[in-house]
Design a protein around this ligand. Structure first.
Ligand SMILES: NC(=O)CCC(=O)C(=O)O
Length: 272
């Protein structure tokens, strides 16, 4: 199974419309891949909080349209990263005045929307995403012919219980679009490997390059195998990281080193 992670440069000199067109062409160029991944909030920038409201789009908005077509043109599964999703109000009376969400879109090779995932852990403590967006509440996995993807977004990487729950739900490959800053790059690399090792799963973590809203991005997208080995790692700039994966390695690793079976906490009834 071949995966291509598109580590896009997100900077304020490019409009979201032009970046959408560029993303669509980059996806079309990956027709040799089975799975293509884009980063978190690439149309607007994960730290461009001031632009969230203006750049917010309905689920079936311009990013959806462009990515659905790009997925079907390339004939690939496409994790299209995330958008600022504008929702209708609870009453349904006025379109578009409900909460915003950081929502990921996954398309099948025929361009159909397979699943969405609303980021559960919002970044920013008492500002930014944490106050501007609603929190997702649903664990999401996506069944592909070769494997099962578990979805998470950027700051979610710091919460191991999410990944353990996805593992319990059958995930074998975590796909993590991100807009991770350079300042905490060491955490990114460490946590990506930790989530792979502790769950004996592949990690595909796709970040952004460039600088937006004054925040230099880490780049360094990474693919880690179920043993915790780094299979491929990008540099700091825009880059497509392509790697061949063997989904059978997940079951093999879990069988050869069955640490997941030795869990004692959080399981009912206790195993020992
Ligand atoms: N966009 C994000 O979720 C940023 C997360 C981050 O900077 C961190 O966890 O550190």
């Amino acid at each position: 199974m071949r995966a291509s992670l598109i580590q896009m440069d997100v900077n304020p000199d490019e409009t979201s419309n032009s970046r959408r067109q560029r993303a669509a062409s980059l996806v079309r160029e990956q027709s040799a891949a089975d799975l293509v991944v884009l980063p978190e909030l690439w149309p607007v920038g994960a730290f461009a909080f001031e632009s969230f409201a203006e750049e917010a789009e309905p689920l079936e908005g311009p990013t959806y349209e462009a990515m659905s077509k790009a997925a079907s043109d390339a004939g690939v599964w496409l994790h299209a990263g995330s958008i600022v999703e504008r929702t209708a109000s609870d009453s349904g009376s006025a379109a578009g005045d409900g909460p915003l969400y950081n929502t990921s879109l996954v398309f099948s090779p025929d361009g159909e929307l397979a699943r969405t995932y609303r980021k559960i852990h919002r970044f920013g403590f008492d500002r930014g995403e944490a106050v501007l967006m609603g929190a997702g509440e649903e664990l999401v996995s996506v069944r592909l012919p070769e494997t099962t993807l578990g979805l998470a977004t950027c700051y979610d990487l710091r919460f191991p219980e999410l990944f353990r729950a996805l593992t319990d739900a059958g995930a074998e490959m975590f796909v993590i679009p991100a807009g991770w800053p350079e300042r905490r790059r060491s955490h990114w690399s460490l946590l990506a490997r930790a989530r792979a090792v502790e769950n004996q799963a592949y990690v595909l973590a796709c970040g952004t390059a460039g600088t937006h809203a004054g925040v230099e991005q880490a780049g360094h997208s990474v693919v880690v195998d179920p043993w915790g080995e780094v299979l491929a790692e990008a540099g700091a700039g825009e880059e497509v990281l392509t790697v061949d994966l063997d989904p059978a390695r997940v079951a093999a690793t879990r069988e050869q080193f069955p640490a997941l079976k030795d869990r004692l906490l959080g399981l009912e009834p206790p195993r020992r």
